[in-house]
Design a protein around this ligand. Structure first.
Ligand SMILES: [Zn+2]
Length: 69
């Protein structure tokens, strides 16, 4: 098992990304388990068939889902 992360010198941008991943808030951890904090979005939304649906967006990760009205 080789650890390539040790041998490469990360650039500043990569360091920033690693920091963000480590300090990920717990609510996003819930998202990974499928427990999204959905908030209903205002306005009229339609699905691919043009039927009216409710649109929900997760306030934590931004994942969207629709639900038939
Ligand atoms: Zn989520």
């Amino acid at each position: 098992m080789t650890d390539t992360k040790q041998s490469t010198a990360p650039m500043d941008g990569e360091l920033e990304q690693k920091k963000k991943k480590k300090s990920e808030p717990d609510d996003k951890a819930q998202c990974r388990h499928g427990f999204h904090d959905y908030v209903e979005k205002e306005g009229e939304h339609t699905d691919e068939q043009g039927k009216p649906v409710k649109l929900f967006k997760c306030s934590s990760c931004g994942k969207e889902k629709t639900q038939a009205d």
